[in-house]
Ligand binder design. Structure first.
Ligand code: ATP
Length: 594
């Protein structure tokens, strides 16, 4: 027996759902619809109802432009382009335009075959999968074929779905409610359905299991390589004391790297990378695939990391915006070369057949340490365990200064499982409320240096820079700068600085950083940065804003100007730095993303 459902039946429900303003009634209608949905097509019905045809990780989208869909409406309705455009201008909804114009269709549609859900779905699938040369024309043709067999009401919904504008107001969570009512005996069973969904990210699959295997099937849903797990998310607080007390007095704090979250699935030689939104982004990151094959020793694993753009020359982390260069479809090899990334692993959810999501974080981190082979490009997130709020705050300032967003502070208790798909208090993000943008350059004195690695080996990799404090006649450090130097600068600097080399830190230099080479404070360079931040490492303005804290420059770079005309005592003073910090201090306004 073939179980089918007419598309007109589905449309009837869409009409009712669209008409209701009550959330309860909407869920009830959905329950009724799912109850009538045959096992064979329930997943497809679910995808269509949320306006999709696949779960997000498949990476195939309909996304037909309105213009293209209007072409199909014109062809099927036999109306002029002018009229179609006019109607679109008036109604503003491609669905309504199609519905109205198809009512005026000239052919007799008496013997029109009734469309099934399966047929509509298959056509939409074909439209989505058509790519390459002439794809647009082929898409229009398929749509024309589909609309020719559709009633005006059906056309309304087909057009909305195909252009990504269904907007019934039904999301994955509404479907879960309905499934829990239908197959779990009530909303109480919702948690089980939610877990099945959270570890598969596939609402259609969950619906299919529910209808075919019932509650037992739902309980048995397992993590699978290739299906992304929905991410655990953090709550937010902005003081170290509050965070520690919320964590019960002790926590593990990790740098919050500012890059792209990746969930990496590895099975033998196969690697898949999913984004925070469960899209498959593997093709954008062939370098990450390679790094993972070499850097993860487990055969099968699901891990989470933050991929951060790094400076090709220095290996320093770069601002998040730099990663945007990797969001492209063409010339990927070039982007890989120009914008390399480092991975900072912070969690492991599955290893060699074992689901670790219900294990406490301490255990997961222990396993993570065993399977991650640290290298230039592969690291674990930097972490400390602490019960001291001052230490936590210090670690926070250090993270910000080094280019991170702040910290993710995590619970260490037995209850600290990986709560897939949930934002909760087991993780708390600690970010800045204020930031001080740097708009002017400063003139700083070179007081130390660090040996270069890789392309810079044998030269200086970075310089330690200081400002001037005229009151105490000392040079407190402000930043370590590695960016902005040309090849010519790198050749020239050792030649200039050699004459100032000394065996240890100069008596007038104050810093919390241990340079590898020290200099007499002589050479002045012009530096610009993104922000002035608080720092536990650098000594400029020490204790002036906060106890045990100085000022530092975040993302510093050399502008190219050697200030041979300036004596070290002419360098930017502490007071000037403080004024710059205070005058630009602004509250950070966040744009929330769900
Ligand atoms: P945000 O925009 O602040 O990153 P979000 O909603 O994406 O917010 P949150 O749960 O608020 O996510 O913050 C956690 C995010 O921080 C993760 O999604 C991940 O991308 C990033 N991150 C960076 N470092 C870590 C880390 N060590 N542990 C966990 N998450 C980290």
């Amino acid at each position: 027996m073939i179980f089918r459902m007419l598309f007109s039946q589905l449309v009837e429900y869409y009409e009712k759902i669209e008409a209701t303003t009550s959330r309860i009634e909407m869920t009830n209608l959905l329950v009724e619809l799912l109850k009538k949905s045959p096992q064979e097509v329930i997943d497809k019905i679910v995808y269509l109802t949320i306006g999709e045809i696949y779960p997000p990780f498949i990476g195939i989208e309909l996304g037909v432009a309105d213009k293209l869909a209007l072409r199909a409406v014109k062809l099927v309705s036999g109306q002029s382009e002018k009229l179609v455009k006019e109607e679109y201008g008036k109604l503003g909804d491609i669905g309504l335009v199609g519905e109205k114009l198809l009512q005026r269709r000239s052919q007799i549609t008496l013997h029109m075959k009734e469309l099934t859900v399966q047929e509509v779905y298959q056509s939409l699938e074909k439209i989505a999968k058509t790519t390459g040369e002439g794809a647009m024309d082929t898409k229009v043709q398929i749509l024309v074929g589909l609309l020719s067999s559709a009633t005006p009401k059906e056309a309304k919904y087909i057009l909305r779905i195909v252009t990504g504008k269904l907007r019934l107001g039904i999301a994955d969570m509404t479907i879960l409610d309905a499934l829990a009512i239908l197959y779990g005996g009530g909303k109480e069973a919702r948690e089980l359905f939610e877990r099945a969904y959270n570890i598969t990210s596939d609402i259609g699959y969950v619906a299919k299991i529910a209808v075919s295997e019932g509650l037992e099937g739902i309980k048995n849903v397992k993590i699978t390589i290739g299906r992304p797990i929905r991410p655990m998310l953090a709550e937010r607080l902005s003081s170290a004391e509050e965070i520690l007390s919320k964590m019960g007095g002790v926590c593990i704090a990790e740098y919050k790297y500012d890059g792209e979250r990746m969930q990496i699935h590895k099975k033998g030689n196969e690697v898949i990378i999913f984004s925070r939104r469960q899209e498959n982004i593997t093709s954008q990151y062939p370098d990450v695939v390679k790094i993972v094959k070499e850097g993860i020793t487990a055969d099968t694993a699901i891990l989470e990391c933050e991929a951060v753009a790094i400076d090709r020359e220095t290996g320093d982390v770069l601002p998040f915006q730099e990663l945007m260069h990797r969001k492209r479809k063409h010339e990927i090899d070039k982007a890989v070369e120009e914008y390399p990334v480092s991975l900072y692993f912070f969690d492991v959810l599955y290893v060699d057949g074992k689901d670790l999501t219900l294990q406490p974080l301490e255990e997961r981190r222990r396993i993570l340490e065993q399977i991650v082979k640290i290298s230039d490009r592969v690291n674990l997130s930097k972490a400390i365990i602490t019960d001291n709020s001052l230490e936590l705050e210090r670690f926070f300032h250090e993270a910000v200064e080094l280019g991170c967003e702040g910290l993710v502070v995590k619970s260490l208790g037995r209850e600290a499982i990986y709560r897939a798909g949930a934002r909760g208090w087991l993780w708390i993000k600690y970010k800045r409320d204020y930031k001080s943008e740097m708009i002017d350059t400063v003139d700083l004195v070179v007081v130390g240096a660090f040996h270069g690695r890789g392309r810079r080996s044998g030269k200086y990799g970075a310089l330690l820079m200081a400002a001037y404090d005229p009151e105490r006649d000392v040079f407190p450090s402000v930043c370590k700068v590695g960016s902005g130097f040309t090849d010519e600068d790198l050749e020239k600097l050792p030649m200039i600085l050699d004459q100032y080399k000394i065996a240890h830190r100069h008596a007038r230099v104050e810093t919390g950083m241990e340079a590898e080479i020290w200099f007499e404070p002589k050479l002045v360079l012009e530096i610009i940065g993104a922000e002035i931040t608080l720092s536990p490492i650098h000594r400029a303005g020490w204790n002036l804003i906060k106890e045990d804290t100085g000022l530092a420059i975040r993302f510093p770079r050399f502008t190219g100007r050697y200030r041979f005309d300036k004596a070290p005592e002419d360098a930017t003073t502490i007071k000037e730095l403080l004024d710059m910090y205070n005058s630009q201090l602004k509250k950070i306004v966040e744009t929330p993303i769900s």
